[in-house]
Design a protein around this ligand. Structure first.
Ligand code: ATP
Length: 274
């Protein structure tokens, strides 16, 4: 028997005011995969994810989570899913433990499970020793607490909407490390437009452009297909890529035929043309 994919999307379409935001989208996410859902602003990522959560009604198409059909307005499949929005909201007067307890109670977990899970998750997200009110948290800390909240019910599938976009390089690295640590226990789908994050942790990707899937592939296949001479420079601080490129060229550290293929806050990817 073939294995059931954790997330399976088939021919999903959604229009707003007669404009297709999601246009015949199909892709599948195998169990225990970290899957990057890549697209520029307005490409259709959030709309797709909201439909997978049953929060938005599709015009047509189907979504299955662990083989169960997602129905708009019904929350049955959401017991299998954890969700981290791009900007998670909290009760600022609460402390992390209290907040996770509340989330556990809403989810219907027993007292004992809540206690164990809270300790485990705060350790996972690096907030075990933090007992301050959430209102004083940095963006990165809030995002990490949001990750703990999304994992409280041990979901089969974790959906994260742009989890690293609003963070500084250290905050981004911390989130990517958490995702790597839960690999093997939870299947992860995260949307992003930061290609270096994808390259760092993803097993497979789908690229969406103007509502249409333009590429679906494993990272290893992509690397074989688009093999080129690349150099990755990783910095521990924010960089000005053009300034760095200029210095490297001036000092003949890189060949003249070397161009910046991609730039993120602290990474510079260079490609050497033959
Ligand atoms: P971002 O990274 O900016 O969140 P995205 O890839 O998540 O982008 P979506 O938010 O899914 O993109 O939006 C896709 C398209 O649908 C955009 O053109 C957006 O303006 C439009 N759209 C999304 N939600 C609505 C809505 N409720 N009403 C009208 N148009 C909408």
């Amino acid at each position: 028997m073939s294995k059931i994919n954790t997330l399976e999307i088939r021919n999903l379409t959604k229009s707003f005011n007669g404009r297709k935001a999601v246009d015949d989208v199909s892709f599948s996410v195998p169990e225990n995969c970290i899957f990057g859902f890549i697209g520029a602003n307005g490409a259709g990522k959030t709309t797709t994810m909201k439909m997978a959560l049953g929060l938005l009604e599709a015009d047509s198409g189907e979504i299955d989570i662990c083989g169960e059909r997602v129905c708009f307005g019904a929350t049955k499949t959401n017991r299998l899913v954890g969700y981290l929005p791009d900007v998670p909201e909290f009760y600022n007067y609460m402390r992390p433990k209290e907040y996770l307890r509340l989330c556990g109670e809403i989810t219907g977990l027993s007292d004992k499970v809540i206690k164990n899970r809270t300790a485990e998750l705060l350790e996972l997200v690096g907030l075990a020793d933090v007992n301050r009110k959430i209102g004083g948290f940095s963006r990165g800390m809030k995002q990490r607490l949001g990750m703990a909240q999304a994992l409280i019910s041990e979901p089969k599938l974790l959906i994260c909407d742009e989890p690293t976009s609003a963070l500084d390089p250290i905050g981004r690295k911390e989130i990517l490390e958490i995702l790597t640590r839960i690999k093997g226990k939870t299947t992860v789908v995260f949307s992003t437009h930061i290609l270096s994050d994808v390259e760092r942790i993803c097993d497979a990707v789908a690229v969406i452009n103007k509502g249409k899937i333009v590429l679906e592939s494993t990272i290893s296949d992509l690397k074989v297909k688009h093999k080129s001479k690349t150099i990755t420079l990783e910095f521990d601080h924010e960089i000005d890529s053009s300034e760095i490129l200029q210095t490297l060229r001036k000092d003949n550290i890189i060949p003249a035929r070397c161009e910046a293929a991609d730039v993120s806050i602290e990474n510079l990817f260079l490609e050497v043309s033959s």
